[in-house]
Design a protein around this ligand. Structure first.
Ligand code: C5P
Length: 300
């Protein structure tokens, strides 16, 4: 816990390295299983003591956030404050580096980062289960973003099994500048793998072991998302053309695609080449991080 006036919290991008869809449930949602990893790149949040709750969004995608009432970051602050019976007084600044509605769980990562950060800023004696419960109320993807460590998720994404750290791997993220609606992608889904129960039981000893595992899996939402936004197919073909690519796939319900590379150098060159070809696309060179990231730090 800290007594700082303000804190910085990172909200790493969540990448679904695979995603299998099973049956539609009575509540309208589908059961899923997914290998979730976190990237170094993400949104950045500062939390400062203030008289009232406020949110300002800055950064490349700051203008695209939903209005106050639908904003997960504000909901997270209000829910946590209610739970511990205190006013939700905090000034939140969100640097939105991740594209919105892009399959990277940006909104969920932001909400989870706010919960982590406020527990520390407000010096709350709150146990992990309570925080997880609040996260689950905010959305199925929020609990896994609380810890920011690789996990196998089931159900709607809320049943989490933490995995041994993944090998550190060069990763690029490519979004062909189209926001995609998750609901539309699920509606366009006509082929599902169903649950394969392939949860990894042993640590992946190196990147090749992880990639071999991924080749035995799919993202079932890739085909329907490509029907809705054909530029996803262009992005995947372009990434697959790059030298030393180990695997390219879409994350979540899209449209962001990822590529895992053999070396940092090949990921850097691919990023430069793709940026030259597609100046309007969002393309970043990052990495899958093996260890936990996102712990709050005092503002300087
Ligand atoms: O998670 P979110 O509420 O954004 O999902 C939007 C829509 O996508 C849901 O209303 C549902 O139609 C569909 N969906 C689903 N199964 C999931 C997640 C989302 O059918 N596991």
């Amino acid at each position: 816990m800290t007594s700082a006036d303000g804190l910085f919290v990172s909200a790493p991008a969540k990448v679904n390295l695979c995603l299998h869809v099973a049956e539609r449930r009575a509540d309208g949602y589908h059961n899923l299983e997914s290998l979730v990893a976190f990237a170094v790149h993400g949104d950045e949040i500062t939390l400062e003591h203030a008289r009232e709750l406020s949110l300002s969004a800055v950064g490349p995608f700051g203008a695209m956030l939903p209005p106050d009432n639908d904003n997960l970051v504000l909901k997270a602050a209000r829910l946590l404050a209610d739970k511990v019976d205190r006013p939700p007084s905090v000034r939140i600044t969100l640097r939105k580096n991740l594209p919105v509605a892009s399959g990277l769980g940006g909104g969920s990562a932001d909400a989870a980062a706010v919960l982590r950060g406020l527990a520390s800023l407000w010096r709350l004696e709150i146990d992990r289960e309570t925080l997880m419960g609040i996260a689950a109320l905010l959305g199925a993807d929020v609990p896994v973003c609380l810890d920011c460590i690789a996990a196998w998720t089931e159900g709607r994404g809320e049943r989490i099994t933490s995995l041994s750290p993944l090998p550190e791997m060069p990763l690029i993220l490519v979004n062909p500048a189209v926001p995609v609606s998750t609901a539309e992608v699920f509606s366009a889904l006509d082929a599902r793998s169903g649950l394969r129960f392939v949860r990894p039981r042993a640590p992946f000893c190196d990147p090749h072991a992880l990639v071999a595992f991924l080749h035995s899996t799919t993202n079932d939402l890739e085909a329907p998302a490509r029907k809705i936004a054909p530029s996803i197919g262009d992005a995947l073909e372009d990434i697959r053309d790059m030298p030393e690519i180990l695997i390219a796939r879409m994350s979540g319900s899209g449209a962001t695609c990822f590529g895992i590379f053999e070396t940092d150098e090949s990921a850097r060159s691919a990023t430069a080449l793709l940026r030259e070809r597609h100046q309007e696309w969002w393309i970043v060179n990052t990495a899958i991080v093996p260890e936990r990231i996102g712990a709050p730090t005092a503002l300087q």
